[in-house]
Design a protein around this ligand. Structure first.
Ligand code: G3H
Ligand code: 13P
Ligand code: ZN
Length: 335
C-alpha cells in the first residue's frame, strides 16, 4: 500500500475504537524496526518526523527511507506525519517532501518555546489548513501546552486544554485531529513521584467534540526495566518515569486515536547498544550493535501495537489517495 493520509487511519480507528501509535524516527534502523512490528502484527502505522529529525537526515534521506518503507510493505497503510510543525513554512516543506499529514503546533510560537494566545493559535492553524486541505493533507493542531522540554520543543509549563476552547477551536479551523494537554510531557522525566494525569479531561473534551480525533503527546511509558538496563550498562537516567500504558488504554474509549511515542524508542535503542558495548567490547561493526537495537525496538513496538489495539487492523484500511481526500473534504463542506 502506498502512503495514506493520516485522516484515513484516524477515521478507521474511530470506527474500531482503537488508537494508532505515532512513532518518531530519525534513521533507517528505527523505520525498519517499526515497519517490522507493523508487518508482524498487521497494524496500520503513523511514522512521524520532528523538525530536528528532518534536519538530522538532511530532509532527503528521511523522505527516501519513508518511500522505502512503503515500497517494502505493500500491505501496511502508513501515514507519514510531521511532528510539531512550528509554522506554515515548515508544514509546506514537509508537504513538498511527500508527507501525508502535518501537525501545526500553534500552542507555541515559532520558537517552539513561548506559549501563544488562543487567537494566535487559531490564526496559524487556519493558515496551515488553508494550505494543506486543498491538497488532501491531514492537519493535527494542539490546544494547551505540555510540560517538559525536548530538544527545544516545549514551554516547560503545563497548561491543560480548556474544553470550552476546544469546542471553538475545532469548529473554526475544522481540524482533523486535536492534541490535548492532560499533564503529560515530552522526554524521560515526566513525573517526580507518581504519574498524575487529567484523564477525566479527555472524557469531557471527547463528550464535547466527539467527532474529532484526540491525540496524546508525551505518551512514552519509560518502562522500569529499560531504565534499569540503561543504568546497568553505564547509563545515567535517574528517576526516569513515564505514562503507564493502563492510563493510555483508559482513554482510548474516549476518543484518543493517536498516541505519540518517541522516548521509549530512544531508550530501547540506547539500552541495547549499551549492552553490546559493555558485554562485547571487542565489537566494532555498527551492524553488531545497531542490529540488536533494531530487533529490541521491534519487540517494544509489537507490544505497543497490541496494547493500543492497533494490531490486526491493517487489512481493514481502504487505500485512499490525497485526491480521494480532497473529494472527502469537499463532500463534508470542509473546503
Ligand atoms: O516532540 C518531541 C519529540 O520527542 C521529538 O523530539 O525534536 O528531539 O526530535 P526531537
Ligand atoms: P515522548 O517523549 O513521551 O515519547 O513523547 C513523544 C511526542 O509526543 C512526540 O510528539
Ligand atoms: Zn509531542
Amino acid at each position: 500500500m502506498a502512503l495514506v493520509p493520516m485522516r484515513v487511519l484516524l477515521d478507521e480507528a474511530a470506527k474500531g475504537k482503537y488508537a494508532v501509535g505515532a512513532y518518531n524516527v530519525n534513521n533507517m534502523e528505527q523505520i525498519q524496526a517499526i515497519m517490522a512490528a507493523a508487518h508482524n502484527t498487521g497494524s496500520p502505522v503513523i511514522i512521524q518526523a520532528s523538525r530536528g529529525a528532518l534536519k538530522y537526515t538532511n530532509f532527503a534521506y528521511l523522505r527516501h527511507l519513508m518511500m522505502a518503507a512503503a515500497e517494502e510493505n505493500p500491505d501496511i497503510p502508513i501515514a507519514m506525519h510531521l511532528d510539531h510543525g512550528n509554522c506554515l513554512e515548515t508544514c509546506k516543506i514537509a508537504i513538498e517532501l511527500g508527507f501525508t499529514s502535518v501537525m501545526i503546533d500553534g500552542s507555541l510560537k515559532e520558537d517552539s518555546k513561548t506559549p501563544t494566545t488562543f487567537e494566535e493559535n487559531l490564526e496559524v492553524t487556519q493558515s496551515v489548513i488553508d494550505y494543506a486541505r486543498p491538497l488532501g493533507v491531514t492537519v493535527e493542531a494542539e490546544l494547551g501546552t505540555l510540560g517538559g522540554i525536548e530538544d527545544g520543543v516545549g514551554s516547560g509549563q503545563v497548561n491543560l486544554t480548556d474544553p470550552d476552547q476546544a469546542v471553538e477551536f475545532v469548529d473554526r479551523p475544522k481540524v482533523d485531529a486535536l492534541a490535548v494537554a492532560i499533564g503529560t510531557s515530552h522526554g524521560a522525566y515526566k513525573f517526580k513521584e507518581e504519574p498524575r494525569l487529567a484523564l477525566d479531561l479527555v472524557r469531557e473534551i471527547n463528550s464535547r467534540i466527539p467527532n474529532t480525533a484526540l491525540v496524546m503527546h508525551g505518551s512514552s511509558s519509560v518502562p522500569k526495566e529499560l531504565v534499569e538496563q540503561v543504568n546497568k550498562y553505564g547509563g545515567n537516567m535517574p528517576n526516569a518515569m513515564g505514562v503507564p500504558m493502563s492510563a493510555i488504554q483508559s482513554v482510548i474509549p474516549h476518543g484518543v486515536r493517536k498516541v505519540n511515542i518517541d522516548t521509549d524508542g530512544r531508550m530501547v535503542v540506547t539500552a541495547a547498544i549499551r549492552k553490546v558495548f559493555i558485554e562485547s567490547p571487542e565489537k566494532f561493526d555498527p551492524r553488531d550493535y545497531l542490529g540488536p537495537a533494531r530487533s529490541a525496538h521491534t519487540e517494544r513496538v509489537i507490544q505497543k501495537m497490541r496494547d493500543l489495539g492497533t494490531a490486526g487492523h491493517a487489512g481493514e484500511i481502504e487505500q485512499k489517495s490525497l485526491d480521494d481526500m480532497i473529494e472527502f473534504y469537499k463532500q463534508k463542506g470542509m473546503i
